[in-house]
Write a protein that binds this ligand. Sequence first.
Ligand code: HEC
Ligand code: HEC
Ligand code: HEC
Ligand code: HEC
Ligand code: HEC
Ligand code: HEC
Ligand code: HEC
Length: 376
Amino acid sequence: MYRLSFLRTAAAAVFLVAPAVSAVDLGKHFEPGKLAEACTPCHEGHGAARTPMLKSESDVMCIACHQAGAAEPGRREALGMDSGADPADIRGEMVKPVIHRGARCVDCHSVHGIGRLQGLTGTGLDLGRQKPSPKRGFPTEASLCLSCHGTRSAMVSDPHDIGLLFDSRNPSFHPVLAIGVGEVPSLLPPLTSDSLINCSDCHTNDDARGARGPHGSRVPGLLGADYSIQDGQPESESSYALCYQCHDRTVVLDSDPFPYHRMHVADQRTACVLCHDAHGATAGRALIRFNEPTAITGVLASSSGRLEYSSEAAGMGGCYLTCHGVDHNPLGYGPMFTAEGRPRFADPGHDRNLGRYPAGVQAPPRPGTRPDDRKD
Ligand code: HEC
Ligand code: HEC
Ligand code: HEC
Ligand code: HEC
Ligand code: HEC
Ligand code: HEC
Ligand code: HEC
């Protein structure tokens, strides 16, 4: 039960610790010109039941100020805001088709600031650095997210444990928890292979002018830009806009290390998600999870019953699978012979090989096909 003396004692406590944290920016709620008074815009004598004397249940209270028009003269004073207040509109996010259900505002935010959210310019992404957590007790944003979405214990293996996919011991992962290991010529500046990115670089408002953060989006997956996961869609700047924010579209489509991106993505209209997991892969290079017991709609075993991506290094690899009715048993790319001169794929049925052959080596005849049957 909270008593009326609570605020006085609490205020003393807050201000007593203040000198110790004075180097820390307490965040915008405590910045001059934003709220009319330090505590009363949110706490009052007879607050909502089972809350620390909050004006109303916390999410309702947050949204009262965090909505379009709340800072207009008239409403502003009634809500306890000052003339410099320009609170971001979160209510507008909560009515979008995809919202972050299952967590309250205060699950992700310490309202008594722990420091300003950084890089919130409202003008798009500020990439290449790890963001601090908006909630006290978590060193980074990712550690906050993974406290609910991630590793509960090193011994637990859970397919929904997103932390496992970002583990730096994996052969590939998007660099959220650690710097990546991939060969990634498509990265757009300022990103390099030494950059770190954040959950909220992908999971954020789809409207770059609106409030940043994983509150709401019209894109499934709560994504900051379009990402078509339907197979058979035409490729365009916008269909995979999420990826093309960080990866140069032309380089992805037309350059090594995978020389058949354009053929698959543009010509055959294969969605990125059929080959890549946006988070990571525990048993394959290049965010490819064919080697894991993970069902990917549309990707089936090859005629020999194998489902596998085999690749020793960037620029060479092969797949055993059936997709779009095409048997890959395997189909490879890159040099078809090892450094020792042995064929990299010795399987029978290796009848259509997309790979390059060393000068002077004749590609094997493809049984059962005439040259004009080829429709790569
Ligand atoms: C922007 C709104 C807001 C302002 C301003 C604010 N508080 Fe709070 N306060 C909250 C919310 C929301 C909680 C509940 C946090 C939770 O449930 O995690 C809370 C919780 C508390 C608690 C309970 C312990 C805790 O931290 O959870 C104390 C004590 C407290 N506030 C003191 C103060 C004092 C003193 C001031 C003024 C110096 C102040 N608050 C200003 C919103 C505010
Ligand atoms: C009394 C009105 C009011 C209430 C209630 C309120 N806020 Fe705010 N909030 C503001 C204002 C004003 C700002 C500063 C906006 C600006 O830059 O002018 C702000 C800023 C923020 C920021 C940006 C912080 C930063 O330092 O960059 C976050 C996050 C935030 N609020 C979350 C919350 C949450 C969560 C709640 C509910 C627990 C809440 N607010 C309740 C008025 C309010
Ligand atoms: C799942 C975690 C999560 C939940 C739940 C959440 N937020 Fe946030 N919020 C964030 C993160 C992360 C950011 C910072 C994003 C960034 O740095 O790009 C943010 C940013 C914000 C900002 C600053 C936006 C800007 O562009 O200035 C405000 C204000 C805010 N949140 C308020 C709220 C309110 C109000 C609620 C409840 C209705 C809420 N948040 C629920 C994670 C969350
Ligand atoms: C307090 C626990 C909690 C925290 C912290 C949290 N989440 Fe969630 N998140 C949930 C729950 C619960 C769901 C809903 C799961 C469901 O509907 O099956 C969810 C759903 C999601 C979804 C799926 C949305 C959809 O409908 O497709 C995404 C994406 C997501 N969270 C990202 C994040 C990110 C990014 C962060 C960190 C900024 C974060 N979450 C922090 C609990 C949390
Ligand atoms: C916020 C920026 C960002 C976004 C958005 C993004 N990436 Fe990346 N991606 C990176 C960075 C940085 C690396 C470099 C990691 C490394 O060096 O291994 C990377 C690496 C990769 C790799 C190579 C990984 C490896 O280990 O070989 C693939 C494949 C990839 N991204 C695919 C995608 C796809 C598909 C999308 C869209 C769903 C996407 N990326 C969206 C930043 C991003
Ligand atoms: C490079 C972009 C990118 C990054 C970084 C990223 N995600 Fe995702 N995430 C996606 C995409 C794309 C999907 C939807 C995939 C689909 O629908 O097949 C997704 C789906 C999800 C989902 C819902 C589906 C599921 O797998 O449960 C959750 C929850 C989620 N992400 C949480 C997180 C968290 C937590 C982080 C940070 C630790 C994070 N994501 C980082 C792109 C990203
Ligand atoms: C048919 C499977 C397939 C599809 C579909 C696919 N990729 Fe890839 N991608 C690969 C393979 C295989 C590699 C690894 C090449 C290597 O390192 O040998 C790769 C590598 C990459 C890389 C890292 C190398 C680079 O170019 O920087 C990025 C980024 C990437 N893909 C992005 C995408 C995006 C974005 C899409 C969708 C528009 C997509 N991929 C669709 C198979 C695919």
